[in-house]
Design a protein around this ligand. Structure first.
Ligand SMILES: [Zn+2]
Length: 162
């Protein structure tokens, strides 16, 4: 497939944005840093979770035993890249408490938004057909690296100046 390499946003970029969202949620909930860990963990997992449908993604590679069958059944950027999956993640993560569930769902949402910056887009309104995308930033490009470092600086600034 021509888009095989260019349709993956790097795992570290997803993780960076997920952590920012998680941190933002902690601030919104007024949680002290000490209580932020489970929220941040939920956001981190959520931000990587959608790529469980891709055995070659940074996350999918680590859980091939799950990602290969999911890829066969759903394909890449199918159900797990939709608002339906945001809801599924929220409901499943409620097991860990409503704060973590919110963080995980937010993490998934940031993943979808990031993937929408990439030409392949995501089927956000699955099962309604059609993929949505916002920009044309290719994976591993200079622009993606720039976004990653920018995000990292924002996270550190947030933590220091809180
Ligand atoms: Zn993805």
């Amino acid at each position: 497939m021509e888009h095989e390499r260019s349709d993956k946003v790097l795992g570290r970029t997803h993780l960076g944005v997920g952590l920012i969202a998680g941190y933002g949620l902690c601030m919104a909930l007024g949680l002290p840093n000490a209580e932020a860990t489970p929220i941040m963990a939920g956001a981190a997992v959520g931000s990587l979770l959608p790529d469980i449908d891709h055995p070659e993604s940074s996350f999918g590679r680590k859980v091939r035993i799950i990602s290969i069958p999911i890829n066969h059944i759903l394909g890449h950027r199918g159900l797990t890249h939709s608002l339906v999956f945001v809801a599924i993640t929220y409901v499943c993560a409620l097991y860990f408490g409503s704060g973590v569930a919110l963080a995980a769902a937010l993490g998934v949402l940031t993943h979808l938004l990031l993937d929408m910056l990439n030409p392949s887009g995501v089927p956000l309104l699955y099962p309604v057909k059609g993929r949505l995308h916002l920009l044309e930033i290719k994976t591993g490009s200079q622009r993606e690296k720039l976004i990653f470092w920018l995000l990292l600086i924002i996270v550190i600034a947030l933590m220091v100046y809180r």
